[in-house]
Design a protein around this ligand. Structure first.
Ligand SMILES: NC(=O)c1ccc[n+]([C@@H]2O[C@H](COP(=O)([O-])OP(=O)(O)OC[C@H]3O[C@@H](n4cnc5c(N)ncnc54)[C@H](O)[C@@H]3O)[C@@H](O)[C@H]2O)c1
Ligand SMILES: CC(C)[C@H](C(=O)O)[C@@H](O)C(=O)O
Ligand SMILES: [Mg+2]
Length: 368
């Protein structure tokens, strides 16, 4: 088998970011050593709130260049509550990265790992497995730099929905749902919006329906975002894949994380035409940073998504297999009893990493 070298731009960021990224690379490299067929060439690049304090630039040009030149980007977490721009908003270079690289599709899976107690007392909650696709470059985030406080009585931000972004977003979502269906998924795509009130959201829904006409093998639903919040708590097992506006996806994906154990269990991938960023959904968690308490599982699962994405893109079966191995090793570690602090357990970052590395030794790859 020929060996592919994948160049990974690594942006550890702030707070628990570096604490979860370092063990993630250890796990990904161990999986690669097991499958052979590829290797990761990593370059650490500075970005984030502390980089802003250091250099005055939260996303230096050299970091952006490094990201553009890489095959994939692995990000920890960025931001720190006290580090703000003069307008009062926080440093958030991950948003600039999404915009600069055109990462329109934010995949945010919510899967309950066997062994973790479901939050909901219903047997169906034990097999929770759904995905939110969050549009990630426009919506209420598109013109965030132009949001303004008009005077001390009024402030404004703007919602932007474009055909240019939504057509590829919906096509991506139909394709993603189709692939899940081929692996045993329900094959249902739900468009989550607020089309009952906002013109921009009615347009979002119209574009969704247009693309459905070209993807009629996939069953669809429409739902309002408020009712979706209700139903994610009442009957989340009925969902398969959801596609929604940026801000709605941001909020619903934290709700989804809570259903599967917390932020430390919620991976993500921001995908564009040419680039992709893989990162946990969580932030820098100042309350636990530096204490060795962070749950690195979300980062491991984001790393698994990165290997599978690289494998698909470069037709490298070993990378796909390594991604499956990582996911299966995570499942095995939890089956063997590992329990993060986050869910009331006593296992910190190092213990969870050691358990996953140990499980990797015996893990078999199987399609997730
Ligand atoms: N993608 C990102 O980089 C990202 C995402 C969200 C928030 N942020 C930033 O992070 C900072 C903190 O934000 P926040 O507190 O609202 O959100 P957060 O996700 O950092 O933390 C929310 C809660 O979840 C817990 N938590 C998060 N990740 C965890 C993990 N891996 N293991 C165990 N517990 C975990 C935290 O301890 C905290 O109680 C802010 O500056 C915010 O802007 C960044
Ligand atoms: C920190 C923030 C800028 C970011 C977002 O709003 O996208 C985060 O909440 C996320 O979910 O990745
Ligand atoms: Mg968020």
């Amino acid at each position: 088998m020929t060996q592919s070298i994948f160049k990974i731009a690594v942006l550890p960021g702030d707070g628990i970011g570096p604490e979860v990224v370092t063990p993630c690379l250890e796990v990904l490299n161990a999986a690669g050593a097991k499958t052979g067929g590829f290797a990761l060439e990593c370059q650490d690049l500075p970005a984030g709130a502390h980089e802003y304090l250091r250099s005055g630039n939260a996303l230096p040009g050299t970091t952006l260049d490094g990201c553009r030149a890489a095959d994939a980007i692995l990000l920890g977490a960025m931001g720190w509550p006290e580090v703000r721009y003069p307008d009062g908003t926080e440093i958030a270079p991950q948003l600039d990265l999404r915009t600069e690289l055109g990462l329109f599709a934010g995949i945010r899976p919510a899967r309950l790992i066997p062994g973790i107690s479901p939050v909901l007392a219903d047997p169906r909650a034990e097999a929770l497995d759904f995905v939110i696709i969050r549009e990630s470059i426009e919506g209420l985030f598109a013109l965030r730099d132009e949001g303004k406080v008009v005077d001390d009585r009024e402030a404004r931000d703007t919602m932007v929905i474009t055909r240019e972004v939504c057509e590829p977003l919906f096509d991506f979502s139909f394709d993603y749902t189709r692939k899940r269906k081929a692996r045993g998924g329900k094959g249902i795509l739900t468009c989550v919006d607020k089309a009952n009130v906002f013109a921009s959201m009615a347009f979002f829904r119209k574009l969704f329906d247009e693309r459905h006409a070209l993807n009629s093998d996939i069953e669809v639903n429409h739902a309002y975002v408020d009712a979706t919040a209700l139903n994610l708590v009442r009957r989340p097992w009925d969902f398969d894949v959801m596609v929604t506006e940026n801000m709605f996806g941001d909020i619903l994906s934290d709700l989804a994380a809570a259903l599967v154990g917390g932020m430390g269990f919620a991976p993500s991938a921001d995908i564009g035409k040419d680039h992709a960023v893989f990162q946990p959904c969580h932030g820098s968690a100042p309350d636990i940073a530096g204490k060795g308490m962070a749950n690195p599982t979300a980062t491991f699962l984001s790393g698994a998504m990165m290997l599978e994405w690289l494998g698909d893109k470069h037709n490298n079966q070993a990378a796909i297999k390594a991604g499956q191995l990582v996911r299966n090793a995570v499942d095995a570690a939890f089956k063997n009893g590992i329990r993060p602090y986050e869910v009331g357990g006593k296992d910190g970052t190092a213990a969870i990493t050691a358990a996953v590395l140990a499980a990797l030794e015996t893990a078999e790859a199987a399609a997730a």
